[in-house]
Design a protein around this ligand. Structure first.
Ligand code: DX5
Ligand code: ZN
Length: 235
């Protein structure tokens, strides 16, 4: 399936809960992916960290190409790295369908966003909690995805920062209907409804899935809550 088809799949029928592969069982990666596929997930969020832009290291190109080889799901690759411009083609060639860079990692994201699109992938731009929407406004027309981080990047299991909600609402009024709006960090049964209400279409979830015994049950409940934001989470 082509990248554009994968991008299309993520656009239809929001909201989409995207499991973030950071806290999963990497010793049984293929089994984890099969469980997520069986649970009906519509994509995977891959957290690439370089130990420089963020104070943690995870995985890189090999992991992306390995996952490309074991699943047809759209791969939403979150580059938490310095100098992302040096790696764009490598990550698209490895299988990234969506490739997100951080505004804080570059002087001007626009040329990189254009390059990601020219490589045939969806161009994503992420902002951390302290970074304003105003600072990326000029780049928004070049984005296929905008990611409002609700934690400082680097680790799973952190507490949700409400600052992301106002940014999601603001971004929704500033981006095109085709641009995907994503939130990432501390999204769980207590916070996901507000994210859905604020307009997030892609909801990245790590610990609220991988710390649960039954991934499908967790994903279904999260999707429910994101879709009907007024419902209360089950105790
Ligand atoms: C943090 C990552 C997130 C994180 C989400 O730097 O970008 O994707 O893994 O994990 P939770 O949902 O546990 O905050
Ligand atoms: Zn992420």
């Amino acid at each position: 399936m082509s990248c554009t088809q994968h991008l299309h799949d993520l656009r239809v029928a929001p909201p989409v809960v995207l499991p973030s592969l950071l806290l999963c069982d990497f010793g049984n990666l293929e089994r984890e992916v099969r469980q997520l596929e069986a649970a009906g997930v519509r994509g995977l969020h891959l957290d690439v960290m370089d130990g420089h832009f963020v104070p943690n290291m995870t995985y890189g190109l090999t992991m992306v190409s390995t996952l490309r080889g074991i699943t047809d799901l759209p791969l939403d690759v979150h580059l938490m790295i310095s100098n992302p411009g040096e790696y764009l083609k490598k990550y698209v060639d490895a299988g990234a369908d969506l490739l997100t860079i951080h505004a804080e990692a570059v002087d001007d994201p626009r040329p990189l966003l254009e390059e990601i699109r020219s490589l045939g992938a969806g161009a994503g731009l992420a902002i951390n909690p302290p970074t304003s929407v105003a600072s990326i406004e000029a780049a928004l027309p070049l984005c296929d995805l905008v990611l409002a981080m609700s934690v400082m990047p680097g680790f799973g299991g952190q507490a949700f920062d409400d600052v992301a909600l106002e940014k999601l609402r603001d971004l929704r009024t500033k981006i095109s209907a085709e641009t995907l709006l994503e939130v990432d960090g501390g999204v769980n049964t207590s916070t996901i409804a507000a994210c859905g209400l604020a307009g997030a279409q892609l909801l990245v979830v790590g610990s609220a899935i991988f710390r649960e015994p039954n991934y499908a049950q967790a994903i279904n409940q999260l999707t429910q809550l994101a879709s009907s934001p007024n419902s209360e989470p089950n105790p």
